[in-house]
Structures are given as structure tokens and as C-alpha cells.
Design a protein around this ligand. Structure first.
Ligand SMILES: [Zn+2]
Length: 264
């Protein structure tokens, strides 16, 4: 078979050395040290906010062509490795989307990277606006643990809304309730009506990937009085309305203390 030779362009430096301990949705801060001779390749990088990082996960298994993503949910069926982002694959090239925090000489400080320390970097490419498919079709790989489901939705929400505001937190809570009832929120037959703040509408649109048309799934009415989302599929309808007085205590209270929830 033909061989391909690659020279790493940098190396990861962070405090994680165990692959299983990296948060599934990436780490707060990671440093990528770019090797001497490649500093010129960093020219004008700071004009972009996000990058794709291609790295070499040398500890991953290379003898598997299908896996069950047990870290997420042991009940998920087996997938061929080209249909899932498992590190196990014939060539363990990892693809990670990161946010650039800052560049200092040959060091890139990035947020959201999922590589352990001393991982080799093969390449870095900017994330373009035209890379975005707002509502792609994708299987429902729902994590078993609540915290993982929360973290996953938080990542979707912050990618969409770009600020961590109160309404973002409330929208995530609404999204988790809706997911419990309806399964995957980005599903072509799940409709969403939002009445409330623009932040709430924006985040819920991001979580559900509901578009205004083709298919028409989303509607929004701005209101200062109400914060409410209504999710429906066929005859089933779930209404989640914020009890205004509870909003500031959202971190400490249960769904039913925070919202009036009705299912019809
Ligand atoms: Zn906001």
C-alpha cells in the first residue's frame, strides 16, 4: 500500500494527559506551540475567530472500522467510523473546531480543543462562514448523563448566540425539557413557536435549528411580558412558560418551579 509522510507543524500543551478525562465538548484553554520554521504561517490568523485543527490522535485504535459511542450512551447502536467522530479510525486524524483566544509569538491559545498534552498538530485551517449548514441531518446521539446533555446544548447555544446571558440559560432549560418529550430537537417535523425576548428566540432557534421555511418550523413574537416556547409534532403539544419571578433563581430550582409546563 502507498504510504503518506507528514511532518507535524506543532504540539499541544495543556494539563490533560489522559484521553478519557477530556470533556467531550472540549477544554477551556489549550496552547498550541507551533514549531520553528512555521511562524510565518500564523500571519493574519487573528482576522478569524474560529479554526479547524487537524491533529494526530496517536493513542487511538486503528484496527476498528465500526464502534459504539459508549462514552456518550451505551444504548446507541454501532456506527461505521466514517459516520461518527470517534478517535478510532484507520488514520487517527482528529478534526476539532476551536475558538482562537490570542496569539503570542509561536503560541496559539484556543478554546474548545479536545486533545491531550503532547498531541501533534498536522494542520490548521480557518472556519469560514460558508462552512455553516444551519440544520444538517444528523443522528440523535443523546448522552445518558444530564450534565453531558447540558454541556452539549450549552455549546450549541453559545455557538449560536455568542454570549452567555440569562435568556440563554433559560432557553437551554426549555430545550432539555423539549428533548425529553420529543427527542432530537433538529427534526423536520418538530415545530417551535417562541414568544419572548430576542435572546430567547435566538438561542431556541439555534438549539432546534428550526428555520422560517423549507420546511417552516419556526415562528417568533417579540414580547417583554412573556417568555414561552411551544413545541409541537402532530397532535402533541408542549408549552413551557417562564414564571417570571423564578428566573433569577434558575440555577437552584427544578423545571416545574421555573416554568409552567403543559403537555396536550
Ligand atoms: Zn443574550
Amino acid at each position: 500500500m502507498n504510504a503518506v509522510t507528514m511532518r507535524p507543524i506543532g504540539i499541544v500543551k495543556n494539563s490533560n494527559t489522559v484521553t478519557g478525562e477530556i470533556p467531550l465538548w472540549g477544554q477551556e484553554k489549550t496552547v498550541i506551540e507551533v514549531f520553528p520554521g512555521y511562524e510565518g504561517a500564523l500571519l493574519r490568523m487573528e482576522e478569524h475567530s474560529h479554526f479547524w485543527i487537524l491533529s494526530w490522535f496517536d493513542k487511538a485504535r486503528r484496527d476498528l472500522v465500526s464502534v459504539r459511542p459508549e462514552r456518550i450512551n451505551p444504548d446507541i447502536p454501532e456506527y461505521g467510523v466514517f459516520g461518527i467522530r470517534t478517535p478510532a479510525r484507520p488514520n487517527p486524524i482528529a478534526l476539532s473546531l476551536v475558538k482562537l483566544d490570542k496569539i503570542e509569538r509561536n503560541k496559539l491559545y484556543v478554546i474548545g480543543f479536545d486533545a491531550i498534552s503532547d498531541t501533534y498538530i498536522l494542520d490548521i485551517k480557518p472556519y469560514y462562514e460558508q462552512d455553516v449548514i444551519f440544520s444538517p441531518r444528523a443522528p440523535f446521539l443523546r448522552p445518558v448523563q444530564f450534565q453531558k446533555r447540558y454541556d452539549y446544548m450549552f455549546k450549541l447555544a453559545i455557538n449560536q448566540h455568542q454570549e452567555d446571558c440569562l435568556d440563554l440559560r433559560l432557553a437551554i432549560r426549555m430545550g432539555l425539557i423539549a428533548e425529553q418529550e420529543f427527542g432530537k430537537l433538529n427534526s423536520p417535523d418538530l415545530l417551535l413557536e417562541v414568544t419572548g425576548s430576542r435572546c430567547l428566540g435566538d438561542v431556541l432557534q439555534g438549539l432546534s435549528r428550526a428555520r422560517l421555511s423549507n420546511p417552516p418550523r419556526f415562528s417568533f413574537t417579540a414580547s417583554n411580558e412573556q417568555n414561552k416556547s411551544i413545541w409541537s409534532r402532530g397532535d402533541k403539544r408542549l408549552s413551557i412558560e417562564l414564571k417570571k419571578a423564578s428566573a433569577s433563581r434558575h440555577n437552584e430550582i427544578s423545571d416545574t418551579e421555573l416554568f409552567t409546563i403543559t403537555i396536550t
